[in-house]
Structures are given as structure tokens and as C-alpha cells.
Design a protein around this ligand. Sequence first.
Ligand SMILES: [Zn+2]
Length: 615
Amino acid sequence: MKRETIDLFNRIFKVLEPPPDLALSQWADKYRRLSSESGSKGGRWDTSKAPWQREIMDAITDISIEKVVVMSAAQMGKTDAFLLNTIGYYMHYDPCTILCMQPTLSLAETMSKDRLMPMVRDTPALRDKINEKSRTSGNTIFKKAFPGGRITMTGANSPTELRSRPIRVLLADEIDAYPPTAGAEGDPLILAGKRLTTYWNRKEVDTSTPTIKGVSRIEMEYEHSTMEEWNVPCPSCGELQPLEWGNLTYTVDADGEVQSITYACAKCGCIHSEIEWKDHFNEGKYIAKYPNRKVRGFHFNSLASTFFGWEKIIKGFIEADQALKKGNVELMKSWVNTELGQTWEEEGESANKEDLLKRREKYRCEVPEEVIAITAGIDTQDDRFEIEVVGWGVGHESYGIVYKRIYGDLKQAEIWKNLDEFLLQKFKKADGTELRIVCACMDSGGHFTNKVYRFCKARTARKIFAIKGKDGTDRPYIPKPSKNNREQAYLFTLGVDTGKSLLLQRLQIEEEGPGYCHFPKDENGYIRGYDEDYFKGLTAEKQVLRYKKGRPYFVWELTGETKRNEPLDCRNYAQAAIEITGLTLKEPPKKAAGNSTQTPPKRGRRRGNRSGGIT
Ligand SMILES: [Zn+2]
């Protein structure tokens, strides 16, 4: 028999060897030692200490399963359980070629140095498998050979490793953090997946904490899987159920410390403590939505953890909730991703019309004391101007002053004169201080572009500027103005979507302070113009998430309730005007010199209100 034929038979027999009979959890309990680098005290691995990991581990080494997907909360022992154990198992028990992919090459380096090698060092069954000392071994930080196989550590940002030799086991970690393309080569997960194709007993494990709904890779993978959710039994009735944040109740004392924590059964309603629930976690199991699907997908949140208590999760929520009320959504997004292990839905965000309408207050004067400077935004329509005058306080806390419509024929001089007079008027505080509009932005789109240029050019000293809106959330709000038009007037091409996002963020702030938006009620016959139609217009558009080539971007769309979005545009332009002035809005207003910052310096005008300004 020829040598080649014998080799071939040997290879065939090797392939036909019976599958190993230790499941991954059994292998780990028997052989794996923990390292101090993983944040543990070291010692033997014990799967019963983290019951939610067992079924997932055993699915990974189940010969009938090609792909395992884990979408989960963070800090749940994923690296040790599903990556390192898997590497150790194959290295020791079923040698083959393994590719372990991290989001970046530098994360792969950290993984190799701080996790993989300590495991090899501390686990006797693996200790002699990798020869680090011999110069001839060819081992590097990223490539380790062992008898019968090798492991390659790589980054999803590094295309070279993703298109070389075939592999049998692909471990793709934190896939939601992968770049959309590895260099110019394309999707890193697809590239790596192509290297698996030659093996009948190939294995792919994808793990990640999810990110944004609709773009999360791990959620897409999970939704095409068996969709298995971690369930635990009720201490009273024994009903298996997923652990849900909504069923948890807690109280907080005056110092903000979390006091009592209880969890109610979704079936019988019985309330038990955290310890009572956790006593039964070893009886937990995964329940699949689609048990017949080939890819096994698992989901669990951090309530399942036996590593830390529920108080940590509650504290994180309280902190995120407080930030959310101040208009900062980032902490809550991150809490939902890392604690609930769920995607964050950003679809269709808009300000709430009813809430804003209810927010209206009586100023008891034309302009509140807190206002430092006043700006205006002007929307140009064919038969009218719509104008909002806005007062700005410390930290861009804003005060709607008046919303005005001036009707007329824009071809005639009169309406332009009326607009000019409106913009020249003084606005009074309770103490008599008078403020003028320091800057105004006027829409030049539509049918009267050159007239707007001319009007604004003649009023450059008053900082009345022509603007043009440009869509796209990646555009700067206030770029440098150009003079490239027939009238050679300054023209600001505003990134209006960026301005709308900033405005939406401010409208969602519920506590008075920086960024909060005040709106006035009509008082003593002074019609301010902040009626229901105004708020319909202000909230006429919503921010919607769209995708181009799998990447998210935001667009603004009409909600459908009204097409009259002029109030939104006017506020956006008035907001741009205060940005154009460059005023820092930090100092509280000084009574005698309240408007000293307001006059264009060129004029050298002083309006010191010697008369006291009271009419
Ligand atoms: Zn129950």
C-alpha cells in the first residue's frame, strides 16, 4: 500500500474516532483551574457555582451542534466559561485548530497574555501543551502551537489572520464591538466563518453583550437561533420562569441606600427574598422558543448571577434613571445592555406635547430675571413670517418669550418693515432692565432667498443672519458662514438635524437647571403664542433610526399629527443664534449691566436704563 494511501486512511480513521464523552462542564470540573488573573481566588473550577453556564458549555462541545450564540449581560463569567474552557478542552481533549477573535488586535493581545497563558500555567492538564521557552516553537503572543493543533488570537480589525489557514473552532467574542469591515476585506465575522467550511465537525461560538436594536449583531444571531432563556423555579410554586427586572421590587431610604429587595413570582405572585430565589438557581434551566432550530442561542441577564447581589444592579439603575431625568440617556442605554443583556431601542424619539403644554408657567414679567441674553429665530413662508424670541440663562436654560406670526405679502415692503420693528423692540425684566435681541437667524429657503439676503445684509451689525438648513445628523450645527451669494450676505448653513437632536435632548430634561426649556402662559392680556398649536408644531417631528449598509444613522420625520413644524424650526434657529453669539452663559445676570453684553460692540451703544425702564 502506498504511503499516501496509508496517510489518507489514517486521516479518515482519525475523523471517524468516536466523539469525546466528556461534556465541557464535566471537563472543566475535572481539569480546569482558575487563575488569580480572572478575579477569583484560584482553585478548581466548579460549574455548580454558576448554574446558568452549564447548558451553554455543554452545547459548545455537543458534537451535533455547529453553532452556539450567547447574548448576555456583562460580567457573568463569559470569558472563563465559554472561551477559556473551550480552548482548554480542545487543547487537552480534542486537539484542533482554533481561532479566537476579539474586537481589536490589542484586546486579543490582552486576552492572550492575561487570560489564556495564566490558564495554561495554572491548569496541570494544559501546562505542558504550549512550549513558550523553545525558540524553535514559533510561538508568539498571537499564535500558540500545541500537540495536534494550534490557537490563533486575532482582532476583528486585522484582516490578515481572517483569510489564512482553515480552522475547526471559531470563538468570536464581543461581536457587537466588531468594526463593520476588517480593513477593506469586508465583514470580519463572515470572513472568519469562511475559514470554517472545510470541517464537518466545525464549531462556532458567538458571544456578546448587545448594543442598539436593529444593528446588534448578537441579537440578529440570537433571533435566528433556538432563543433559549434562562428560567428558575419559584420557591413557592416551583413554576419555571425567566428572571425579569419588572418583577423585582426594592425600597430606598433617605440616604439613597437600597433597603428591602424582593422578587414576585410571575405565576403565583408569592414574594420571596433574593436568597430564597437564589437557593433554587441550581434547578434552573433554559427554555427554548424554537427548540427545533439548529443554532442554539442563549440569553440571560445579570439577575441570574451568583457572583454578585441584586443590589448592584438596582444601584446602577437608580444612577442611570437620575441621569435620564437630566436628559443623559447614555447610562441607561449601557445599563440595559450590560445588566439586562438586551438591546436598546432608539426608534422614534420625540418630545411629549402634553407634558410640555402642562409645563407652561406664569413669568409675572415679560422676561424672567434669569435671562442673560435674547435671540430670535425666523421662519420664512410665502405669506408670513413666524418668529420666536427666546431668552437664555446659565447653562442654556431657556425661556420662551413670545411666538409671533406676521402676515403679509412678502413682495411688498410693509411686511419686511413690520418684521424689522418687531426685531428692534426691547423686552423688559421685572426690575426694568431691557434686553434687545442679540442675534437672530432667518430662514433663506423658499421663494424669497435674495430678499432675505438683502434684509440680513443691511442688519449684519445687529447680528441678523441668513441661514439655510442642511439635513444629516453628522453635520456640524454651526459651520463657518459663507458670503458666496448674490448679495454677499453672511450665510450660515446650519446642520439642522444636529440642532434638532440638541433641542430634543433639552426638551426631555424634566428638572429646572441647565438646558431646561421654560414656556410661558399668557398673562394680563399679553398673548405669548404658546398655545396647543405651538406645541403640536414643536413636537411635529421625531428622531428615527435608519440603517445604511448595516450602520445606524438618525433622520427626522414628521410624526403625522401636523405638517406645521414652523415652531420647531424657529426654536432651532433661535438656538443656533445663541450658539453664533458664542456667549458662555455662565455668569448670573447683573442687574445694572444686564444687557451690556448684548450690544454689538461696533455701535458702542449703551442702554443703561437710566430711566429705570418702567413704563
Ligand atoms: Zn410561584
